[in-house]
Write a protein that binds this ligand. Sequence first.
Ligand SMILES: *[C@@H]1O[C@H](CO)[C@@H](O)[C@H](O)[C@H]1NC(C)=O
Ligand SMILES: *[C@@H]1O[C@H](CO)[C@@H](O)[C@H](O)[C@H]1NC(C)=O
Ligand SMILES: *[C@@H]1O[C@H](CO)[C@@H](O)[C@H](O)[C@H]1NC(C)=O
Ligand SMILES: *[C@@H]1O[C@H](CO)[C@@H](O)[C@H](O)[C@H]1NC(C)=O
Ligand SMILES: *[C@@H]1O[C@H](CO)[C@@H](O)[C@H](O)[C@H]1NC(C)=O
Ligand SMILES: *[C@@H]1O[C@H](CO)[C@@H](O)[C@H](O)[C@H]1NC(C)=O
Length: 339
Amino acid sequence: MAFEQHPVQTFPKPFSSYLMHNLVLHAISFVIGLSLGIFITLQLKSLPIFFQSSFVSTTSPSAPPGTSTTSLPSSAPPSPPSPPPLPSNGTSNYSSVSLEEGHRLSLIHHNMSDEELLRRASSMVPTVQVAMTPKVAFMFLTSGPLPLAPLWEKFFQGNEGFYSIYVHSRPDYNETIPQDSVFYGRRIPSQPVYWGTASMIDAERRLLANALIDDVSNQRFVLLSDSCIPLFNFKKIYDYLINSNLSFLSVFDDPGKPGRGRYNHQMAPMINLTDWRKGSQWFEVHRDIALHIVSDNEYYSIFEKLCRPPCYNDEHYIPTLKVLTKCLGALVTDCSFVA
Ligand SMILES: *[C@@H]1O[C@H](CO)[C@@H](O)[C@H](O)[C@H]1NC(C)=O
Ligand SMILES: *[C@@H]1O[C@H](CO)[C@@H](O)[C@H](O)[C@H]1NC(C)=O
Ligand SMILES: *[C@@H]1O[C@H](CO)[C@@H](O)[C@H](O)[C@H]1NC(C)=O
Ligand SMILES: *[C@@H]1O[C@H](CO)[C@@H](O)[C@H](O)[C@H]1NC(C)=O
Ligand SMILES: *[C@@H]1O[C@H](CO)[C@@H](O)[C@H](O)[C@H]1NC(C)=O
Ligand SMILES: *[C@@H]1O[C@H](CO)[C@@H](O)[C@H](O)[C@H]1NC(C)=O
């Protein structure tokens, strides 16, 4: 039902992963992905820290599976991150968005409609400084199970207070999660997702909106699939993301058929061909950019109406939004989106 696969050959998706449901494939690509991923990441230090294991494995299909014994990246147990420097007091409007205390814990188990959810999220005040430990929101967009959950459990262990987890899965997926799991109770109200349609963007915006509302100390937002693996320990990733001025989006102008070829001329003059971009679905953004993505109605409605297969929202919406929005384009954190 969820994540309809689309023929790969016709419309190559160079960056996106194809979600795999097969455990064997997962296991094989995990081993290859892990070893290759560590190698490649060491070569490309400036790239984001998460690799799609399936992406890594497809780049080198000849690598013999199972030859390397899996050792967890930096197998030393992650030491808890040093508390980040507290921002100077008195300059934050943080208190103006604090939520009614009693509702805090149950916020992601709400029954708000998407409209209400997005409206509430986009009305939040963009806070530049937060007088508490900033957290990284890990947002898992899955079809159902999280086969790599044991790895993530290890990753998060001992780092409570520095992260939040949100899971979007098929609404009819009902496997019970053990109470001692970091994923317990972290599922947000979800809707069916069909690959390549606007429902994918809806799911991403739903994750962002829930993470924005649920906890104002969420300052970084990472979108992950069920085949993502962490290549470094928590502290390293946390420090990297929190200390970076940049968000990480994949954006490029592909003149070919799978790029500009998917542009729909009816989108002009709001979206011109020269603004049209492509990129990977997976991203890491700062809070103000997250806020902007959930607040956009203007471009979203154009995409929803005019970007239909073979145009794929998840590869074009956020990259194109980045170009159309000056502030997003700068990818810096100190811009204001209240317009
Ligand atoms: C901020 O906190 C410091 C010490 O914690 C205090 O000395 C200073 O007066 C405070 N400034 C404001 C504007 O509250
Ligand atoms: C806080 O909000 C008030 C009123 O909304 C505004 O005048 C002020 O500039 C804000 N301060 C900061 C630091 O954003
Ligand atoms: C939504 O939840 C509130 C309280 O949590 C409840 O009062 C209300 O009836 C619910 N609405 C729907 C449509 O389920
Ligand atoms: C989970 O879903 C399956 C199939 O839809 C159903 O048979 C089963 O009763 C459900 N289990 C629970 C606990 O709801
Ligand atoms: C991040 O921003 C601060 C303040 O604008 C600047 O001083 C610093 O050099 C920037 N760091 C990087 C890595 O760009
Ligand atoms: C698209 O092009 C038209 C005509 O050149 C121009 O008027 C319009 O402002 C452009 N739109 C954007 C969003 O740049």
